[in-house]
Design a protein. Structure first.
Length: 289
């Protein structure tokens, strides 16, 4: 049986970004005897989650935090899904970016959040990432010794086309650094992970920051693993901690054989819809086949 061991680190985020990086090392030290294959960090693990902070905390690719994460991946021999951090490019754009490193510390993936978190819920949360962030423009799939894996960031999970694109590209597990809040978390956190896992017959792994009620943005927490049958197989509460899990990839293949959703997709119908769109008979965007 092929099993992959993962660890989601639900850590707090403080104002000192390098202190956050040192916290990552402390957690890696705690779990080294568990010998995880993949370690995932939360969204904005090194930057308090407020729009005005993103340009201030932003670093170019290869900067100090990138270097430390690369070194940690090599030191502990893990694939490190580096949560996310503000990344700035040469033109001054700032992105919400997840770097992925292999066991040798080599960067093998980079995801810039595609769907920016711009919401205004009456009586609930208001937030607008686009005030300071620029959106990415692609899905992210990377190669490992276990096959292809994917990564998306938080709000990306709400758009089923993105996860289907990743599965079409061969993704076996989707890792999701995320920070749902006290409005969206209770309503949609578990539901989103179960739905994307069920739709795509895949393991989904979500990692959130620990809850800090004194923060400007309060994380729901509840780092989570959902399986290809749409079940929650592991979940933390709101507190700081580590979620360890073994993902049975043979089971993923079994589910896909017994309930062949991916094989049974009606591509002929999808193609007809796409042709109608391309002919100008619809204003909707093209479906993902």
């Amino acid at each position: 049986m092929e099993k992959i061991k993962i660890a989601a680190i639900q850590m707090p985020t403080v104002a000192d970004k390098m202190e956050n990086v040192r916290t990552v090392k402390a957690y890696l030290e705690k779990i080294k005897d568990e010998k995880p294959d993949f370690v995932i960090l939360p969204e904005m693990f090194c930057c308090p989650y407020q729009t005005e902070n993103f340009p201030i905390y932003a670093e170019e690719e290869g900067g100090p935090i990138w270097q430390q994460l690369s070194a940690y991946a090599k030191q502990y021999g893990v694939y490190l899904i580096g949560g996310s951090m503000p990344e700035k490019d040469a033109e001054g754009n700032v992105y919400n970016t997840c770097y992925v490193f292999d066991r040798e510390g080599k960067q093998i993936g980079k995801h810039r959040k595609v769907h920016l978190f711009d919401i205004d819920i009456k009586g609930g949360q208001t937030f607008k990432e686009s005030d300071t962030l620029t959106a990415g423009d692609s899905d992210t799939v990377f190669d490992t010794e276990f096959g292809k894996m994917g990564v998306m960031l938080c709000f990306d999970i709400r758009f089923p086309e993105l996860s289907r694109m990743m599965v079409n590209d061969g993704t076996r597990i989707v890792f999701v650094p995320a920070a749902f809040n006290m409005t969206t978390g209770p309503a949609h956190w578990e539901l989103s992970f179960r739905t994307r896992a069920l739709d795509n017959q895949i393991y989904m792994v979500g990692c959130a920051p620990a809850r800090d009620v004194s923060a400007g943005y309060i994380s729901w927490g509840h780092s989570i693993v959902t399986d290809p049958w749409g079940r929650v197989t592991g979940m933390l509460d709101e507190n700081e901690g580590i979620l360890l899990a073994e993902l049975d990839m043979d089971y993923e293949e079994q589910v896909r054989e017994e309930l062949p959703l991916l094989k049974s997709r009606r591509k002929d119908i999808y193609q007809l819809a796409k042709n109608l769109i391309n002919s100008g008979n619809s204003t909707e965007s093209s479906p993902v086949l």
